[in-house]
Design a protein around this ligand. Structure first.
Ligand SMILES: [Ca+2]
Ligand SMILES: [Ca+2]
Ligand SMILES: [Ca+2]
Length: 601
């Protein structure tokens, strides 16, 4: 990390003493019981590469922390609590350890969620000022946190100055084809609502002017092929890059150019144009500061509702895409695996397929994994029914996967929230962060749905922060592994499996050799083990998740001979350890094996 002034530097003597106390803890670590989550406490120095492979924390500023006492979350509250997210010291374990923040929209907006922007160059007054934002960036930089800003380009607010001008033009009876104000949006003059596009709204006070508004009449769709709109988008991007933003989360990606008959092609053209320009502008701003990055603005898109092929096609535009197939799917992916709806070995297989497909489209692609976000039911309640062991298993599965991990604020304390009721069901999945500590700036605005209290049943941040067995402690330990081992976020995944003797081998070879019998074998022996390796540069690590209740025994000889357990996670106690070449893991444990570090004099 580049935050030397913020970082406590161990003296050489301290480092030696620690090394002597914990000699390359392999088998010995398995017996250490410092709480049921116990993992070796890592005090070795390690360096987190300064690139876009990160652990992000998605913040709904309104619901996180109130810094000025009006009950509404704001940037001040976020700044006040940055030490919780990352204290800037890699040797401490009291913070979460994330190194990216995804800010949901912070621009002036008439809605509480702010996905309809009124002014792209300012901060919503409820959240603070540009000066607060400057301070936020400075404090994030001290902690090695990169800020990713939500950017909504599909539509603006109907209160945006551009849209007000367009409506005025419509009311004046101008031609939508040639009028510069209306041309920035998608207007038609027609006796009836056009048959294409998801939703149209008639301009009130006119008989025959309609505008496209896919999501709501308050959110008119922009014409992203309009030259002035494109120029403005680049001005907006540059404005925020210069203010310290490192990347963008892109809203409603597939909807961008849906006013066109060949919108798939046009979407591809638009987002490729966007990615290339973000990279160019990012290089201008950050080229000297963070040299040698493959790209200088790595954006992640919301491609929701499409197939995996749709998602992969957008990787070809230069953006990353959230992996909805693995996240928001009850029968497959992370929660499907934890809930036993899918054989464990299939998960790594799916990830390998996704990674290969993304890399084929973009050699610099980074996958983007998550369990829940502001648009989905919270995983803690909805997918896992507040079962702490399952919540921990899912966290380990997705955060020890290749790619970026996106934690939705509150997920790390097992917060619940399901879409509920007809009147804004989403507010129930965007509840105030449950600090349980008044000094943290508790958000009180907008009392949510009636079952609010039930949705926080795993306790507050305060009750979990010192509890060795809490969901929060488990998240910290898992993120620590991500930070210690760059192979996790950046590695190429190889799905592995167990052969008839419990020996680990390449999944493709074992499946080919045993065919259908393999399924019988894994069902009988251990259908609950997910095992894969991750290779980054010249280093390969092995990760094993035992999702079952019984002990799993794996033979690591041959391919992983000489590897040692360097990280372990326990979702409900138990042991992880090597007995010769046999890796023995209690039910619910996770093991990370790597080659011993070279001994230095
Ligand atoms: Ca406030
Ligand atoms: Ca720390
Ligand atoms: Ca659109």
């Amino acid at each position: 990390m580049k935050n030397n002034k913020f970082k406590k530097i161990f003296s050489a003597a301290t480092a030696l003493a620690l090394a002597a106390a914990m000699p390359l803890c392999a088998v010995a670590c398995g017996g250490k019981e410092a709480g049921e989550n116990a993992t070796p406490t890592n005090t070795d120095k390690y360096t987190i590469p300064q690139d876009y492979a990160r652990t992000y924390y998605e913040v709904f500023v309104r619901s996180f922390s109130d810094g000025n006492g009006d009950g509404i979350g704001d940037l001040r509250g976020l700044i006040n609590n940055l030490d919780y997210l990352n204290d800037g010291d890699d040797s401490t374990t009291t913070d979460l350890g994330i190194n990216g923040i995804w800010l949901m929209p912070i621009h002036p907006s008439p809605s509480y969620h702010k996905y309809d922007v009124k002014d792209y160059y300012d901060i919503d007054p409820q959240y603070g000022t540009l000066s607060d934002f400057k301070e936020l960036i400075e404090e994030c930089e001290k902690r090695g946190i990169w800020v990713q800003m939500d950017l909504v380009l599909n539509h603006t607010s109907n209160q945006h100055e551009w849209f007000k001008a367009a409506v005025a033009s419509a009311k004046a009876g101008r031609d939508p084809e040639t009028d510069s104000a209306m041309s920035k949006y998608v207007f038609v003059k027609s006796d009836t609502q056009p048959s294409y596009g998801k939703k149209w709204q008639k301009v009130s006070g006119t008989d025959d002017y309609w505008y496209l508004c896919n999501f709501d009449s308050s959110m008119p769709d922009l014409n992203l092929d309009n030259e002035e709109v494109r120029e403005e988008i680049l001005t907006i991007v540059k404005f925020w890059l210069q203010k310290g933003v490192r990347s963008f989360r892109l809203d409603a990606v597939p909807w961008a150019c849906n006013y066109s008959a060949n919108y798939n092609e046009q979407n591809g053209e638009f987002w490729t144009w966007f990615s290339e320009n973000c990279d160019r502008l990012g290089r201008e701003v950050y080229g000297n500061k963070t040299p040698d990055l493959p790209v200088y603005c790595y954006n992640v898109g919301e491609v929701w509702g499409g197939s995996q092929d749709d998602i992969n096609s957008f990787f070809g535009t230069g953006m990353s895409c959230f992996n909805y197939e693995l996240a928001a799917n009850y029968n497959r992916g992370f929660s499907g695996t934890v809930n036993g709806k899918q054989l464990a070995y299939r998960l790594a297989d799916m990830q390998a397929e996704n990674q290969a497909a993304a890399l084929a489209k973009d050699p610099d692609a980074i996958l983007s994994n998550f369990l829940s976000c502001h648009d989905n039911n919270r995983s803690g309640s909805n997918h896992f029914g507040f079962d702490v062991a399952k919540i921990k298993q899912a966290a380990a599965l997705y955060m020890l996967s290749p790619g970026n991990a996106y934690i939705y604020y509150g997920e790390e304390i097992g917060a619940g929230g399901d879409k509920y009721g007809d009147n804004d069901p989403d507010s129930n999945i965007r509840l105030p962060f449950n600090w349980g500590d008044k000094s943290k700036g508790i958000v009180t605005v907008d009392p949510p749905q009636a079952n609010y209290k039930e949705k926080q049943k795993l306790g507050t941040w305060k009750s979990q922060t010192t509890d060795a067995n809490s969901v929060l402690t488990f998240y910290r330990q898992t993120i620590k592994l991500r930070n210690r081992f760059p192979e996790i976020a950046r590695g190429i995944i190889t799905p592995l499996a167990l052969d008839g003797n419990g020996k680990i081998g390449e999944q493709s070879e074992i499946l080919t050799a045993s065919g259908q019998q393999y399924l019988d074998y894994v069902n009988a022996v251990n259908k609950n083990v997910s095992v894969y390796s991750l290779t980054y540069k010249d280093s390969t690590i092995l990760i094993v998740h035992n999702l079952g209740t019984d002990e799993a025994v794996l033979d690591i000889s041959d391919a992983f001979a000489g590897y040692e357990v360097q990280g372990e996670l326990k979702t409900r106690g138990g042991k992880v350890g090597l007995d010769g070449s046999l890796l023995k893991m209690s039910g619910g444990t996770v093991a990370l094996l790597a080659k011993p570090a070279p001994v230095t004099a």
